[in-house]
Design a protein around this ligand. Sequence first.
Ligand code: BTN
Length: 341
Amino acid sequence: MLRTNSTKRALVEYLLRHPDTIVSGAELCGHVNVSRQAVSKAVEGLREEGFPVESLPQRGYRFQSAGETRISPSWIESLLGDIPFGHPTLAFERIASTQFVVKEFARDGAEQGLLVFADEQTQGRGRLGRSWESPRGKGLYFSFLLRPSLRMNELQLLSLATGLAVRDTLEELLDVSATLKWPNDVLWRGRKLCGILCEAAIEPDRVHYAVIGLGINLSLSPEHLPEDLRQRVTSIEEATERNIPKNALAAAIVRRFYEEFQHLCEPRGALELVEAYRRKCETIGSAVSVLTGDEVIQGTAMDVTGEGTLVVETSQGRRLFPAADVVHLRRGGDVPFPEGR
Ligand code: BTN
């Protein structure tokens, strides 16, 4: 498991302000206020995290801004700065699931904001007990811990807030115009780009904790997927010509989510969140098939309520779905077009 420390974080903060520039050892020692030996040890640790810094004998160190390969906790924590999320950030090379790890920490009393990444998951989980293919380096796989003061029936708002945070970040950072499928899939041109899993430990009167997990397809290509999903999944690589700044993307999503989450607790916050969500939700106005328990109901999705519940007009009248799996039906026909993954 990799994590940052104060020296590594201070070095990264300095190096990020001087990209692609040679910075002398003396300059770094002065900035961080540690010995040369401590700087060289911290640089070694940063390289182990995948932070791209080279050592140039007799000259100093250089951060290669285009050289990132994986998520570096020091980088993420530097980008998150003082917001109370992502401290600590932990990164694992290969684990069963980031959801399992965060839940374990939550049961041991970890604080809200704990953030866990994996390069690869061997038992990645999706919604409704499905599996989530998580091959090394092909996606961003991460989960974070919340201890929200929400009622049980408001938990769906966390899902909506997460989807919106991902959608808005993709647009701002990468110019990728994505949409949302209720409750929280992020789509690009009708195909899934990101899946979100929200799990919570609850009692009737209180939420102990919630764990939000995100799987973002960076460069997942068809051969990594089972046959039936190949037409329904896309990747950021497909949606943008740009180089994908993994650390910046992940940190920006977490920051954006944090802002949404804070806003949610303000008066009118939930209402404003749902209003913003409605504007980007492709499900509203679509013919849908809704799967809930053993039932499959067809109709037209009319709205999402202030608590995040989907409202569907069916031949037998209006039905409300606080949680369910939705399939958008093909436009101009009623052939199911499952987006689920
Ligand atoms: C979905 O079914 O759409 C939700 C997929 C969520 C996948 C992410 S990857 C990181 C985290 N760890 C998991 O095992 N699942 C979530």
